[in-house]
Design a protein around this ligand. Structure first.
Ligand SMILES: NC(=O)c1ccc[n+]([C@@H]2O[C@H](COP(=O)([O-])OP(=O)(O)OC[C@H]3O[C@@H](n4cnc5c(N)ncnc54)[C@H](O)[C@@H]3O)[C@@H](O)[C@H]2O)c1
Length: 316
């Protein structure tokens, strides 16, 4: 297939691009480099530096699909500057959908997020639970999910939303390089490398086994594989939604222990109060993705830590 990957210079987009090229697809990347890195785009992909609002200048009927990863994705920023999320995620995606409709491109795989579920209390989150995002970032992704449903009904789009849980790990040298970095595993690895004085645990009084928050970490390579399955699965006039996680929860303390084990560094962990809005437990049910996409993640947290550690070490 001939594919446009938006956000292909970012962490997840670069690994998705790598796997699409590996599977023999023709890939073009569109990225404004607001948070991405030009050197993360593999040579086999055609490169377009620009915003997704300019997708109309690239798309034509020769494209089979768009994999839409480009977004602003900082929860804190979205609370402080919601307008950046309405413009950067919702309005910009509307322009992308307009460009796809004009060009006759009928298939989209979209990066949605577990943040659309807010503080869901289920032990495992299924796709039919009510959505109730607690911040503008999650709300902007949910709005796009709604746009895709309506676009499928009205104009025949074949759409798949993939709701990622906590993505981690690396693929060779393709790794997380966010600034600021808000994700746990890269931050604990910074402490292991002495780039940070210690790891921080936000909240030790959650109703979980060890008192720290529990999340569902998914290896970026497993996650990227789901995009290839979703491309095949997408069906005209239908919007499908899948949660992507492992179904297994890992606590903050368990992540820090895994980093200590993999790196051999006895990282200091400093305990602080909970951050407001952080739910105790967020774990995906992988049942629908397994049954319908035939997708099952195979890599565990230790592997995520080991791959991120190795990738980071190469760039010191
Ligand atoms: N990393 C996670 O754990 C996680 C979890 C849930 C959902 N997601 C979603 O996955 C996607 C990718 O996340 P990531 O961690 O790789 O982030 P990232 O910041 O590394 O990648 C996003 C890319 O999109 C580009 N971009 C942003 N706005 C753009 C625009 N208007 N036009 C063109 N390019 C633009 C950035 O330059 C960057 O290269 C995002 O949509 C994010 O919301 C990520």
């Amino acid at each position: 297939m001939k594919l446009l990957v938006t956000g292909g210079a970012g962490y997840i987009g670069s690994v998705v691009t790598e796997q699409l090229l590996g599977a023999g697809h023709q890939v073009e990347v569109l990225d404004d480099l607001s948070t991405g890195h030009r050197d993360a785009v593999l040579e086999g992909a055609a490169w377009h530096h620009g915003s997704i609002t300019e997708a109309g200048e690239i798309l034509d009927e020769s494209f089979d699909a768009v994999i839409h990863l480009a977004a602003r994705s900082l929860v804190g920023e979205s609370v402080a500057h919601p307008e950046r999320y309405w413009h950067g995620n919702i309005v910009a995606t509307l322009a992308l959908l307009d460009a796809m409709r004009d060009a006759g491109v009928k298939r989209m795989v979209f990066s949605s997020t577990a943040a659309v579920y807010g503080d869901a209390e289920a032990a495992q989150i299924t796709e039919d639970l009510p959505t109730a995002p607690t911040n503008p970032y999650g709300a902007s992704k949910l709005a796009i999910d709604h746009m895709l449903s309506a676009e499928a009904t009205a104009h025949g789009l074949a759409a798949v939303s993939l709701r990622y849980f906590n993505v981690a790990g690396a693929s060779g040298s393709l790794r997380e390089r966010h600034d600021p970095e808000t994700h746990l595993i890269p931050n604990v690895l910074k402490a292991a490398r002495d780039d940070a004085p210690h790891a921080t645990i936000f909240g030790t009084d959650y109703p979980t086994e060890d008192g720290t928050a529990v999340r569902d970490y998914i290896h970026v390579r497993d996650l990227a594989e789901a995009h290839l399955a979703a491309l095949d699965y997408a069906e005209l006039s239908r919007h499908a939604i899948f949660n992507l996680g492992t179904g297994t929860g890992t606590s903050v303390r368990e992540v820090i222990d895994a980093v200590r084990e993999v790196t051999g560094v006895n990282i200091e962990a400093v305990e602080q109060d909970r951050r407001s809005g952080d739910p105790a437990v967020l774990v995906a049910s992988g049942a629908r993705a397994a049954a319908e996409l035939g997708w099952r993640p195979t890599r565990d947290v230790r592997q995520m830590v080991a791959d991120a550690w190795t990738a980071g070490a190469e760039h010191r």
